[in-house]
Design a protein around this ligand. Structure first.
Ligand SMILES: [Zn+2]
Ligand SMILES: [Zn+2]
Length: 229
């Protein structure tokens, strides 16, 4: 529909009385506001202009803005990051959905066990820069803290660190799917947690460390059935 032009200026209609056949008129680039920064630019695909991409108007300056998506699994804590730019938003979203689908289909065979509940979401690119080691995802609901299957079997000792407490557990029976001693009160604003032992983990981080292994870090989410007080 829109023709590419070298210049961003729209030329006023030379013959304003002729309204019956708009297709005969020179079709200069429309001026549209960038959906990100609001700058008004000609939609001409030029370096001083804007493009239409995935139903949005993107000015040339905003095309390179970073975007990030992550696929994640509520069952095992797996996460997969996809980074791209606003220009590549659609393909990045497609990729993160594919990663999610691949993860679920990998675990859907009955011989492996229950299907995994995976999903995806857009995240702030700044969140990506913070992570220099893998951080997994877990959640708390009415039964307590969800323990991913790979951490349920431990041989002698396991240590939980939450913003509020450090909890050492001994035994050889391993853990069930939920650990009831860790609830919502362990997390939140460090100023409001009573005797916070590990305030650097606030508001929503924790680690689980089986004896002799590196601690595994988690971001904790709240199950929907838990009231947030
Ligand atoms: Zn812009
Ligand atoms: Zn999984």
């Amino acid at each position: 529909m829109t023709q590419k032009t070298l210049f961003g200026d729209t030329v006023p209609n030379p013959n304003p009385t002729d309204e019956t056949s708009p297709s005969d008129q020179p079709n200069d680039s429309q001026i549209e506001a960038c959906d990100l920064c609001g700058d008004e630019r000609p939609v001409n695909g030029e370096l001083d202009g804007a493009i239409e991409r995935g139903g949005r108007i993107l000015c040339a300056d905003c095309c390179g803005t970073p975007v990030a998506f992550e696929a994640f699994c509520r069952s095992c804590g797996w996460r997969h990051l996809v980074e791209d730019t606003e220009f590549g938003r659609d393909r990045a979203r497609t990729r993160v959905q594919q990663e999610r689908n691949t993860h679920e289909s990998t675990y859907e065979h009955i011989c492996i066990g229950p299907a995994h509940d995976a999903d995806w979401r857009e995240i702030e690119p700044e969140e990506v820069a913070e992570e220099d080691h893998p951080v997994y995802l877990t959640h708390i609901d009415a039964d307590g803290l969800y323990i991913p299957p790979q951490l349920r079997g431990f041989t002698s000792q396991i240590v939980f660190r939450t913003p509020r407490a450090t909890i050492q557990m001994f035994g050889t029976d391993g853990l069930g799917p939920y650990y009831p001693l860790i609830d919502k009160s362990h997390f939140g604003d460090p100023e409001e947690i009573l005797d916070a032992r590990n305030p650097e983990l606030a508001p929503d981080r924790m680690t689980i460390k089986p004896q002799g292994e590196e601690p595994v870090e988690f971001v904790v989410e709240w199950g929907e059935e838990v009231s947030l007080q």
